[in-house]
Design a protein around this ligand. Sequence first.
Ligand code: PHE
Ligand code: ZN
Length: 881
Amino acid sequence: MRTESGRIINLADYRPTDFVLERVDLTFELDPTETKCTSRMLFHRREGAATDAPLVLDGDELNMTGLLYDGMPMEAERFTEEDDVLTIRELPETGSFEITVDTVINPEANTQLMGLYRTNGIYCTQCEAEGFRRITYFYDRPDVLCVYTVNIIADKESCPLLLSNGNFLGGAGYGEGKHFAAWFDPHPKPSYLFALVAGDLGVVEDSFTTMSGREVVLKIYVEHGKEPRAAYAMDALKRSMKWDEDVFGREYDLDIFMIVAVSDFNMGAMENKGLNVFNDKYVLADPDTATDADYANIEAIIAHEYFHNWTGNRITCRDWFQLCLKEGLTVYRDHEFSADQRSRAVKRIAEVRHLKSEQFPEDAGPLAHPVRPTKYREINNFYTTTVYEKGSEVTRMIATILGAELFKQGMDLYFERHDGDAATIEDFVKCFEDASGRDLSQFSLWYHQAGTPLVTVSSAFDQAKGVFTLSFEQMVPPTPGQSAKEPMHIPLRFGLLLADGTEAQPRAIEGAEVTGDVLHLTKRQQTVTFSGIPTRPVVTLNRGFSAPINLHFEQPLADLAHVARHDSDFFARWQALNDIALPNLVEAARGARNAGEIAVDPLLADTLIAVAGDETLEPAFRAQILALPSEADVAREHGGNNDPDAIRAGREAVLEVVAHKGAELFAALFDRNHTRGGFTPDAASAGKRALRNAALGYLAIAEGRPDRAAKAFETADNMTDLSAALTVLAHRFPDAPQTAEALEAFRARFADNALVIDKWFSIQSTIPGYGALDRVRALMESPLFNRSNPNRVRALVGTFAFSNPTGFNRADGAGYRFLAEQILEIDPKNPQLAARILTSMRSWRALEDVRSDHARNALRTIAAGEKLSSDVSDIVERMLK
Ligand code: PHE
Ligand code: ZN
């Protein structure tokens, strides 16, 4: 494993390779502990490269057993193998030559899950970002694209299935109980998109006819017996393929598309060409075992990986600094897909909730980095919510600024101009500039400047002149390595609502460019006047969250309530309620911290209850309204000196008021939104369940007894309702006998279903309060806990650290010490997993002094660990800087 190497990679140092890789032939002879890999690579020297430049190939913990030059053993003087790098000298100035590398790999011992590993008896690979170099020496970088032929030899009995990228060439017996298969991928690709899977799996098969009439075979491979649980994923795949044709004009390009679900996987899924590998959590679903949220995730991730075929695979990244070129764009595409499949407004609310609770804290803390970073130490640590989610928001802003038609033309140009390329963000942006004629240089700061911009707004109305004025001031906070920031191009969708329910149509607007309903902020300070306004308007700003910013606008509560009840944009309605709720919750937290009185504005509870009870609105939207800003949201708004116990106490006080005031309504919602008779995962049914379960949460508070939740648990006929009831029982009544009974019944019923048992761990690890840590420690002793399965570790340890603010941030610091212990234990086995869980401490500096001292000490304990991986040491050092 690569340990702590202080080496920093800089964008400015990018240069192409000295040699061009024309093709590669790989042969794998699979064995659990001694897999033989032979790689034959055909190279020629790049035109213009120095004539004495050596060939320098990347490796990582490799065991090289042979090296040939044009089929003959390489003379020892001509190569060195040092520090995970193979250097070959004295290579021809012109003409092609062949290098053959033999390596021996131990898949069984590969607990990092990078390169070739085994999971439940299945051989599988994970190569992004730099896993291929754990298989063989290679130009393991995304700008080296070539065609691959792959031969796989394996035991026939244990590995009836032999898969790789591209199209199947043929197979045959191979003596002594073995067989072999050959695959050829005609699409040149970088090594990170290589995949191999071998083993004994069940399959679900289907087909898709593309827009030009080609028939594509679709196969999803899962463990035997789990085939029925892959049906929804298959349906989502076909809908994704159709959608990408309809909306982006993109057609699939091989004869076969395969997905393999595995139970040990570091991330969500991987877009290997023609052979996606998935964490089985994002494939397997049926009503008894998957929640509505699981179904929505499966749909989104199946789509995401499929969409990568064009945005990622056919057009890939020049280097890893450009990661957002494929990830930000592909997240944007999967967001749009889900919005079209479900309720657009509700989807947007969920996206923004996620962005604010995950990306905003990252951007406000020690791990902040630009969407397109300029340096990194460990690329694995840049698969972040900033690159993914903020990257998607930046793409969305391009669409907002250009408008749908020009955005589409820019995308078409991108596909046409860069198909087959390893491209950059500059290439991408240029396509939109060329398609629209608009200068996007200021806009591009979104890729380069980290930090969430803060826009402060004030308004004035001159009744006599009929002039309404909005004054804006924007500020981008300093972030690591970037102290001074330039003003950004911020596109704000807006509306001026009049009392009669119509929107004002200003005679003239001065002080900013306005296109349609988009106001373009470009200066540090900007005053915009709207003339011809008859009466004082209510402003609705940043509709649809058109820009990922913090907005400070002291609007009268009545104005916010007006937006919450009447805006034409449902996202804006939710946002307005949020803007009423958050200051209340922050105040309540202050009150709780100072042991003072907690005042709750009656307008908040009344508006919430009115919206929740409005039968003209879709249930999913009302459920979102009832989910008050989370404790993490309050912490972010509070902004520093945070005391998670006070934040919770304050928020609980607000919940109490709402629960009691709305008890009657909640009881009615609970009864009326029962989805009986056959579960369907569609958005409308999911919305009803979400509303009903939100009501159950409030009723548990109002009634103060577990009876209703216990009954809901007993009668639930699907996993959504079952796990919601169990969560209410566990979180509201942790000591009630009904809770213990329900937890045990759940465990016994699902003991052999890993994904459901993960829920059992997560629900318990998020029980709030001081006792959570002991509970987590006890659960780690359970025979069901499995340290080597990333999903299980995330479900218990990760969920505790990320999603249990009061339990994890215990004032005595025991939660942080526990985390340090866990990180040091996980790191040697799976550094990526350890580093990811460690980021749960990214907001430690915003804690009040007692806690932040404990947090710092825990981080120092980690930093002092022996033989830290580069993954963990990179994160911990940035957090302590
Ligand atoms: N490229 C994958 C995705 O977003 C994520 C991933 C990264 C998976 C690294 C594994 C390793 O779709
Ligand atoms: Zn992706």
